[in-house]
Design a binder for this molecule. Sequence first.
Ligand code: GLN
Length: 486
Amino acid sequence: MALHLQTLTELAAGLANREFTSVELTEVLLARIAEHNDTLNTFVTVTTDAALAAAARADDALAAGKGGVLNGLPIIHKDIFCTRGIKTSCGSKMLDNFISPYDATVVERMAAAGAVILGKSNMDEFAMGSSNETSYIGPVRNPWNLECSPGGSSGGSSAAVAARIAPAATGTDTGGSIRQPAALTGTVGIKPTYGRVSRYGMIAFASSLDQAGVITRSAEDAARLLGVMAGFDERDSTSIDKPVPDYVASLGDSIKGLRVGIVRQHFDQGLDDECGARVKDAIAVLESLGATTVEVDLPNLDLSVPTYYVVAPAECSSNLSRFDGVRFGHRAENAVDLLDLYCRSRGEGFGDEVKRRIMTGTYVLSAGYYDAYYLKAQKVRQLIADDFKNAFADVDVIAGPTTPTPAFKLGEKVDDPILMYLNDIYTIGANLAGLPAMSVPCGFVDDLPVGLHLVGAHFAEATLLRCAHQYQQQTDWHTACPAAFR
Ligand code: GLN
């Protein structure tokens, strides 16, 4: 099979068997970037020379019988992860001139395992968005239909993996930004438990919700990568010191007896009928593998979007206050005084959506409104977390749709923030409760992919990955490739 069509796992085997070299593989993918990036706009930065040099080192390591578990495998990092010596823009004009002096832990660990970085992927500005249209370098296009969005905020990562430009890419998920783009592009996306993967060097949006993960073409590939990324990091005070299981080792175990929770509210109004039908078919496949379904109730789930849109902007208004034009990032020219420097640097550096979030966040944290909005949202957040806790007393995973509809047209929702925010109605709960969750391709509506959403209890990543892998042994939705990118 052509190299670009192979999964990470297949490529790892091919490298180990000396069927091709990492340099050859990297050259194939760099050529695909050159061919498709003008159309898809998946990259902020392509690191051609560094990639070829890393691939050559990986080939040397392989020849010497050395090399980590990702040795010679090309991947892409979302441009939210700091990369030493490489621009880290976070999708914003504010950081267009920022060359990070250090690597994020995720970047460091993957590099130590031998991964070859092809470049940095396009994303919504500071990860705020669901369509990749808030990026300062313009939107990413969905390989399944170039008029559609690939989802966001990890839209560059999802489109690149779907278009077979790279076998895998990192992403971050604050309210759905790994899973929603995965669903909209027919790829696999996993957001681990909060604290499972270090946030060190990952530019903060909403610190109590942000979590790093991956977008891949199979659950098996996601398991391989998560094993490398996960684990304690003393540089992140919310990182959890708990051993990382071998996620690959348990993939083959049966899901017979697995209790799958179905949330009735998920299939109520708002869900596209065809999407709902594909998701129900997927749940039937899990049942055919011996899983049992149980109806569960998440009574406060309908409050998750409004709760998120208080908590996330509050945290972002604080996190983004560091971008003041003084220390790093965009600085306005010819400021007349300090206040003018602050105002114009921020006014020029940030886009509209980021400004909307900062204003909302500042408002809900202000003395007069703190109790009414921020404190209230924190209480509701706890109720939502309790709902999940109760549900996971009875079930092992919760299954449902990842998104209410398949990919929507670019431009369709961008002027209606509320409509855009509702895209994450099924995904946000997992972030509020800190739970692991993933999206797995489960069919098509017309020519657009649909995602099955799986949520687990804290640290149940292995269960999610096993469930997804077993599903992928029975179905081939994850192997479908958009026609123009075969
Ligand atoms: N779409 C959501 C938002 O705009 C989630 C983004 C994310 O997960 N980074 O905030």
